[in-house]
Design a protein around this ligand. Structure first.
Ligand SMILES: [Fe+2]
Ligand SMILES: [Fe+2]
Length: 676
């Protein structure tokens, strides 16, 4: 080994027993206490690369061994030729390992030459074996750390769902495991013409706070990152300032100049996805790993401030990091692709749900936008609840996933209406338009029939001598006019009865009044069929006290909840969204059990998400200006109705007060903030 010093130490007690070669070049020290001179020499040499051969009495070997036992064999090694004299050495003595030869007689010049050669050769061999073992051990430890880092990186990258945080984490972990001071991350994208380019997404330097802005680089040799993206090969540069003129890439020093930084070593790794496409590039700068003192924390513990810090503190990236970083980059690429795919699926599903809801709502212009407004109000309310620090709702906290689940449930809550005849939703009066037209035609028919009937009778009378029928004609004319007048009034009355508005008189009384006149006004058609003034289904509809829907139509409309549930349950929701069918099913339940479809009673039986949705749903039904039979209600009136419902234990009063006081019904989004 270069720089190794060899010495021979001979104890005074045995010096007369040894004849050394005359041409010996190795320094020889003859002392009374050979150990003392060895200690002195080691001190002078600074414990480095000393090989010592001792000639000494056997009883001094143990003492010498105990001094040398703390040194690494690669640095300070020794062997002894011991003279046993009268002393006996046990067969398994530990001393034997350091004794090259045990003598009881004098050593000739020839023997000493042989022993010296053998001694130093064995020490070198021993040292070489040990240093080989040490190197293997270090490699083993490095490999172990690398594997541990990879496993940790794999775990943490898989857990991170936020794309921006994921990019930062990829870069942070890459710098940490390689001891890099700085790093940048680029993501592949396509420009307007479909050509690939790199977008500089994120950069961080441990030694300095450096500002940066997003920019793009082409996939070509005009930049180091672009070159790696294009070629797909790892690039490990010891010093970017030393790049040859004919190197495929060059380094632009302008950033260093403007930021008073010195970019030196660089490791640039492409990130490849499962299709082997380069989806990004990780660029690591200035390795600060110092070998012996490597702790894994160099990246952020050692700071580069002054020019000499860069000169002395920065080393090339070890070649083992090329493979390690390729593995890290693969994991990062998988994590990024997973996130991208999850986001894409979520976005596609989101868009699909919204498009479906729009399609359904478009068949009922009256409720157009209702589901979107209810969803927005539900999300607002959940976020407002998250901000509560005191009060009954302070303990309730919705995660972002739960908020998304609520939004989806709200968007789909009325999806079941797709199974219901749209005419029911569009029914703006007590009778459907075509039924009302039929009624009017029938009344017209009766009117004309009656008119004709009286005209014929009058004609017949008029053919007789006037003197005999004058009185009869008068009374027939009066009777006819009175009945026709009654029919005209009935025609006006049914038009009123058909309207959903509140009438001055009781509907049943009015209907009864019409029916009392039926025997006088009804007749038969040409085929002898009875023509009634009002049919039973018309009577039923005219009797509807509020709104326009009769009992059967109301039942059909209420069935939308079960249709929604049946439909939404068929969607294979991910685990975190599995409550969606249940939340949507219960949006018409009331706390007092008067709701539908299951007449569930009790606050704890109805999920808070459904209770929120019920409030938003009723609010929108009242406040929206787009119902067929009513105009938008004033907010004051809407709140009064909602509070009345809460007072009757139908709606959740605490939620309602928060909904009103925090204006959860307004369009503005509540920021996603966590409680501090
Ligand atoms: Fe509904
Ligand atoms: Fe609704």
């Amino acid at each position: 080994m270069r720089g190794t010093q060899r010495i021979i130490l001979i104890a005074d007690k045995v010096k007369d027993l040894i004849r050394l070669p005359a041409d010996l070049k190795i320094p020889v020290f003859k002392e009374d206490d050979v150990l003392e001179s060895a200690i002195r020499l080691v001190g002078q040499r600074g414990k480095r690369n000393l090989r010592a051969l001792f000639f000494l009495p056997l009883d001094e070997v143990a003492r010498v061994n105990s001094f040398f036992k703390d040194f690494k064999t690669t640095e300070v090694a020794h062997v002894s030729v011991a003279f046993s004299g009268e002393m006996e050495l046990p067969r398994k003595s530990p001393l034997l390992t350091s004794i090259l030869d045990l003598r009881s007689s004098a050593i000739s010049e020839l023997e000493s030459r042989f022993l010296i050669d053998r001694a130093f050769r064995e020490m070198e061999q021993q040292s070489s074996i040990v240093s080989q073992q040490e190197r293997s051990k270090i490699t083993l430890i490095d490999t172990y750390h690398d594997l541990e880092s990879l496993i940790d990186i794999g775990k943490s990258l898989t857990l991170e769902k936020d794309s921006d945080r994921l990019l930062r984490q990829i870069l942070y972990l890459s710098k940490k495991i390689t001891g890099a001071d700085a790093g940048s991350l680029y993501i592949t994208e396509k420009d307007g013409q479909g050509s690939k380019r790199l977008r500089f997404k994120y950069s961080h330097t441990f030694s300095k706070e450096l500002s940066y802005e997003e920019f793009t680089l082409p996939f070509d040799d005009s930049s180091i990152a672009g070159h790696v993206a294009l070629g797909g090969q790892v690039l490990n540069i010891a010093d970017v300032y030393d790049l040859d003129e004919d190197a495929p890439v060059s380094f632009n020093r302008s950033f260093d100049k403007s930021h008073n930084y010195r970019t030196k070593s660089m490791l640039v790794v492409p990130m490849r996805n499962h299709l082997d496409q380069v989806i990004g590039v990780i660029q690591l700068i200035n390795c600060k790993e110092t070998g012996e003192k490597y702790t894994g924390n160099e990246a952020y513990e050692i700071l580069l401030k002054e020019p000499q810090d860069f000169e002395q503190g920065v080393v090339p990236f070890d070649s083992r990091y090329e493979n390690l970083m390729q593995a890290v980059a693969s994991q990062a690429a998988i994590a990024l692709e997973n996130n991208r795919m999850i986001l894409q699926i979520e976005r596609q599903f989101d868009e699909f749900v919204k498009a479906s809801v729009s399609a359904i709502e478009s068949q009922d212009p009256a409720t157009s936008g209702h589901s979107f407004r209810v969803a927005a109000m539900c999300v607002n309310t959940a976020r407002i609840i998250n901000l509560q620090k005191s009060g009954p709702l302070a303990e309730v906290q919705f995660s972002e996933t739960q908020i998304k689940e609520l939004e989806m449930a709200a968007l789909l809550h009325d999806f079941g209406k797709v199974y219901i005849d749209p005419a029911i939703f569009l029914k703006g009066e007590k009778l459907y338009p075509h039924d009302f037209v039929h009624l009017k035609l029938r009344l017209n028919y009766l009117y004309r029939s009656m008119e004709l009937c009286y005209a014929n009778e009058l004609l017949a009378l008029k053919s007789q001598p006037e003197i005999t029928v004058r009185g009869e004609i008068d009374s027939l004319q009066k009777e006819g006019q009175s009945k026709l007048e009654a029919l005209r009034e009935i025609m006006l009355l049914v038009a009123e009865l058909n309207k959903p508005s509140i009438l001055n008189e009781d509907r049943n009384t009015l209907i009864q009044g019409i029916l009392l006149q039926a025997p006088d006004l009804e007749c038969e058609d040409l085929e002898g069929r009875h023509i009634p003034l009002l049919k039973s289904e018309e009577i039923e509809n005219f009797r509807i006290a509020r709104g326009t829907l009769n009992r059967e139509e109301r039942r059909i409309i209420e069935s939308h909840v079960e249709h929604t549930y049946a439909f939404v349950s068929k969607i294979p929701w991910p685990v975190e969204y599995q409550q969606i069918p249940e939340i949507a099913r219960k949006h018409h339940e009331k706390l007092d059990g008067s709701g539908y479809p299951d007449k569930i009673q009790g606050r704890d039986e109805i999920p808070i998400q459904s209770r929120i949705m019920t409030i938003a749903d009723i609010y929108d039904a009242l406040a929206a200006a787009d119902r067929p039979y009513k105009k938008a209600m004033e907010l004051k009136r809407v709140f009064a109705i909602l509070r009345e419902e809460a007072a009757l234990n139908k709606l959740d009063g605490e939620l309602l007060e928060l909904f009103i006081s925090e204006k959860a019904y307004t369009a503005g989004k509540v920021e996603s903030r966590q409680r501090s």
